[in-house]
Design a protein around this ligand. Structure first.
Ligand SMILES: Cc1ncc(COP(=O)(O)O)c(C=O)c1O
Length: 424
């Protein structure tokens, strides 16, 4: 994995040992490799540069729901990325990271009135619309504050894509997007709206899509639809083809980016529109690990349990999506292996990172990493069991920075309010 290497039988992120980070910052801690993020961004950009014509290069909008730490956003901004957001909070993060609002795309099925107002006032690039009532709401708000909204309509292509039922978003039964008929209705409605400029379509069928032909099947829905919409007099000058690029968690056969780019070239480019892509996981997923300490090795008649100080509240993907994450020892990496169930301290059997996993034999106090945790990791963490949110670290060559301080118990407790009448 780019950015990760072994020296003296110990795991390093770039030139910093994870042992050093654990000693200086504590555990559990998310650690990200800058080199890995840059490598992924450049790989995606270069593949598109090599395959797509210069005048149809995509506008790459990082889907910051994957990891919205402002340092990560700033870094991607410095590489030239644009931004995709799903909330007012993400807008604020994006602006703080330096993104030009006119390079920000807003998606999501439940945009609230105050969010729409802020997005319009900020002057974002476009709203990706998911329902007819949402279109009406944006027109209403834009009219009230005398603003103009560029919108594209999200097509629900009725295609199953994504690495798990819960992250598949393109089926008819999913809450996302509009049917073909509803897209026509939306364009017709938009024509009569004073503050709406309908510019095209979007499509996003799911996340961690490694049935790669699925992308092609989805793209193939677009030419006929674009042609029929144009024949009805609608302008289609933008196609947002979403994210969903997969990363390695285990030893999956990954999407061949060149093949993907070739499909974009063959199917999307001839439609002669601006092209937007929304990669999230791909840019940050493999860059991050969750660094943790072994609290106990519990041996029963049935199993060997490694009880870590990280738990499901820090990384929920294994229990939420049955997601596989590789787990490795940080030190003594050539010790003989032993089979463990790797669990956290939370009071649920679901607080399990791995079952029957062969890992170098470990003892209490040793360090372990849960790999490929850079996407949908920290950003989905919670305070369940009143466990403070972990720290986040960004490594750049021989330096590292704390990019989010570890939360304290006091900070958690300070959010609660005891009504006076209880103790009066
Ligand atoms: C509309 C939209 N775009 C982009 C993404 C990013 O997906 P991924 O992280 O798989 O690239 C998502 C993820 O849920 C999404 O809903």
């Amino acid at each position: 994995m780019t950015g990760y290497n072994e020296k003296n039988n110990c795991l390093y992120v770039e030139n910093i040992s994870l042992e050093q980070i654990a000693k200086e910052v504590g555990t559990p801690t998310y650690v990200y490799s800058t080199e890995n993020i840059r490598n992924q961004y450049e790989k995606l950009q270069n593949t598109m540069r090599n395959v797509l014509p210069a005048d149809h290069q995509p506008m790459l909008c990082y889907a910051c729901k994957a990891n919205s730490n402002i340092a990560i956003l700033s870094y991607l901004h410095s590489l030239g990325s644009n931004l995709e957001i799903v909330s007012k909070g993400e807008l604020h993060r994006g602006l703080k990271a330096g993104f030009d609002p006119s390079k920000i795309v807003s998606t999501g099925v439940g945009k609230q009135k105050d969010e729409i107002t802020e997005l319009l006032n900020a002057g974002i690039h476009q709203f990706n619309i998911e329902s007819l009532p949402e279109l009406e709401q944006i027109q209403k708000v834009a009219n009230e504050i005398d603003k103009f909204a560029n919108v594209v309509f999200r097509l629900n292509p009725d295609i199953s894509g994504g690495g798990h039922n819960k992250i598949s978003t393109g089926r008819k039964c999913d809450k996302f997007g509009l049917s073909r008929n509803a897209v026509f209705k939306a364009f017709a409605m938009a024509k009569n709206m004073s503050n709406i400029n309908a510019t095209g379509l979007s499509i996003h069928i799911g996340s961690q899509i490694f049935e790669v032909e699925t992308f092609k099947t989805a793209f193939k829905k677009l030419p006929a639809l674009v042609s029929d919409l144009r024949n009805e007099g609608h302008t289609i000058e933008c196609l947002d083809i979403g994210g969903g690029f997969p990363i390695v968690y285990d030893n999956e056969q990954l999407l061949d980016l060149k093949a993907y780019a070739q499909w974009v070239n063959d199917i999307i480019v001839p439609l002669d529109t601006k092209i937007i892509m929304e990669p999230g996981r791909y840019l940050v997923g493999n860059a991050g690990v969750l660094l943790s300490k072994v609290l106990y090795v519990k041996e029963t008649e049935e199993k060997n349990f490694l009880v870590l100080d990280a738990a499901m509240n820090d990384l929920i993907r294994p229990t939420l999506y049955d997601a596989y994450h590789e787990i490795e020892a940080v030190q003594n990496r050539n010790a003989s292996s032993k089979t463990y169930d790797v669990v956290g301290p939370v009071c649920e059997t679901g607080d399990t990172f791995a079952i029957n996993r062969d890992i170098s034999e470990m003892s209490a106090g040793d360090l372990a990493v849960i790999k490929s945790a850079g996407a949908y990791g920290f950003c989905m963490a919670s305070n369940y069991n009143t466990r403070p949110l972990p720290a986040e670290i960004m490594v750049n060559g021989s330096n590292y920075e704390v990019i989010r301080k570890r939360q304290t118990i006091e900070e958690i407790l300070n959010m609660d309010i005891i009504p006076e009448w209880i103790n009066s």
